[in-house]
Design a protein around this ligand. Structure first.
Ligand code: MG
Length: 455
């Protein structure tokens, strides 16, 4: 493979295992390439709470300084706080040291442009080209960059969110909220946000710990049993959980039922579209068809993209969308910032429920048509992916969409999505139907097809 065809960026930034797949000298060279790409100005750098984050952040600072960029160090912050800081505090760009929801051994680097939004794929390739060509700028002693601390990032983030919601309406409802912080970076922000909005708060796993001893770095319906139990035992209005870097929020209703992010996303989309009197909503091909029904009610438009936050963010910007969401709990509210943000999502949910004046579960069943979903994944080596997709396509009888993998409509309200992962050698299978049995059967059927075509 030619050097320039090699990739470092996956679906969401560069990911690696420090000291195993890559050493810190890799981080220094890559950060030099990022600094060279930016060309001028000061870069805001933040880190999540992973065990390797201080070391990786120091190496990234060294690389940026070596390329001649100045660096402001935000310290431990949620990813959306860093990105909002880039947008509103006047930085040329941002670098976040995080591997989001990946297991504890991983770390990574995520690059944002001056709007605080992840740089587009073409610019990722420009950074990769600089790295592989070894064409990084290396400043001499008199033009090397300067580093300083930037302590205002979290305060600026919380004030930014508070300015986008009706604080009085939320405070008047005196919500009781349970929050599972998953030992992650929102521990330094989200609890203060919710308490400052007049809510009573119970927190779980709220001490930042990069070994993620609580429920692990990724919030899913399988990992949130403690949140669900705490909501029921305290009689809370709802529960919310974040991933390790705090850009995704997963909710559970007052009965402790944990929702996939596209259900809570549809509820919020309805709220935002109502207030905005229509607009465009962006979501990936993997989320529920419920959004089309919600959007129709408001005369709004739905744009479907490939899976991944970079895809969503660029479509949201291009189309001037008013809201974006993913089934993994990543919601984007562009009047705040055009990236997914667990804190902003929480504040919007509080305002949405305050306005409805009903319980979470009632609001959900009132607004969002109920579909059932099932999902699984199958290990498939990369060289077999094309053959597997061809075999899947041969089984398709209904309409096939090819935005990302194959989305096959089997009946009017049932679909299955067979999609190769962008980061791992697996194929993901998602299905949605009007009954749980229907969704389960679709997943099983296509799991068999994928397994037999890949064996
Ligand atoms: Mg994340």
């Amino acid at each position: 493979m030619a050097a320039t065809q090699q990739r470092l960026f996956g679906t969401n930034g560069v990911r690696f295992v420090p000291g195993v797949t890559h050493d810190l000298d890799f981080v220094i060279s890559l950060a030099e390439a990022m600094g060279t790409y930016f060309g001028s100005g000061e870069i805001l750098l933040g880190q999540d709470g992973r065990l390797s984050s201080p070391a990786v952040a120091n190496a990234a600072v060294s690389g940026l300084l070596s390329s001649g960029r100045d660096v402001a160090e935000a310290g431990l912050v949620p990813t959306p706080a860093l990105q909002y800081g880039v947008k509103t505090l006047g930085f040329k760009g941002g670098v976040m040291v995080t591997a989001s929801h990946n297991p504890p051994q991983y770390n990574g680097l995520k690059v944002s442009g001056p709007e605080g939004v992840e740089v587009p794929h073409l610019d990722e390739q420009r950074i990769e080209k600089i790295y592989f060509d070894k064409s990084q700028t290396r400043a001499d002693w008199k033009s090397i960059g300067v580093a300083r601390g930037e302590p205002s990032v979290v305060r600026n983030y919380l004030n930014g969110i508070r300015s986008k919601v009706n604080i009085k309406a939320i405070a008047d409802r005196k919500f009781n909220v349970v929050m599972d912080l998953g030992d992650g970076a929102q521990s330094v922000a989200a609890p203060y946000l919710v308490e400052s909005l007049g809510c009573k708060l119970v927190t779980l796993n709220s001490v930042v710990d990069g070994s993620f001893p609580g429920r692990g770095p990724e919030p899913t319906p399988d990992t949130l049993n403690d949140l669900s139990a705490a909501v029921k035992s305290t009689g809370a209005d709802f529960g919310v959980a974040y991933d390790a870097d705090g850009d995704r929020a997963i909710f559970c209703d007052e009965n402790g039922r944990v929702l996939w992010g596209d259900q809570s996303g549809c509820l919020l989309a309805d709220f935002v579209l109502d207030r905005n009197k229509g607009g465009t909503v962006v979501t990936s091909v993997a989320s529920s068809q419920a959004i089309e029904a919600v959007a129709k009610k408001h005369g709004a438009k739905v744009m479907r993209t490939r899976v991944g936050s970079v895809e969503l963010a660029s479509t949201i910007l291009e189309r001037g969308a008013i809201f974006g969401f993913e089934e993994n709990g990543g919601c984007t509210y562009p009047p705040h910032i055009a990236v997914r943000d667990g804190g902003m999502t929480t504040a919007l949910m509080l305002e949405c429920l305050a306005g409805r004046g009903m319980s979470f579960s009632r609001a959900l069943s009132f607004v969002v048509p109920r579909y059932h979903q099932a999902k699984t994944k199958v290990e498939v080596s990369r060289k077999k992916v094309d053959a597997v997709l061809k075999a899947v396509e041969r089984q398709a009888k209904g309409e096939v969409e090819r935005v990302d993998g194959l989305k096959i409509w089997t009946e009017e309200r049932s679909w299955v999505l067979v999609r190769p992962s962008g980061t791992e050698p697996i194929i993901r299978i998602f299905a949605e139907s009007e009954t749980q049995e229907g969704a389960d059967q679709l997943v099983k059927k296509f799991e068999r097809i994928v397994k037999s075509a890949s064996s």
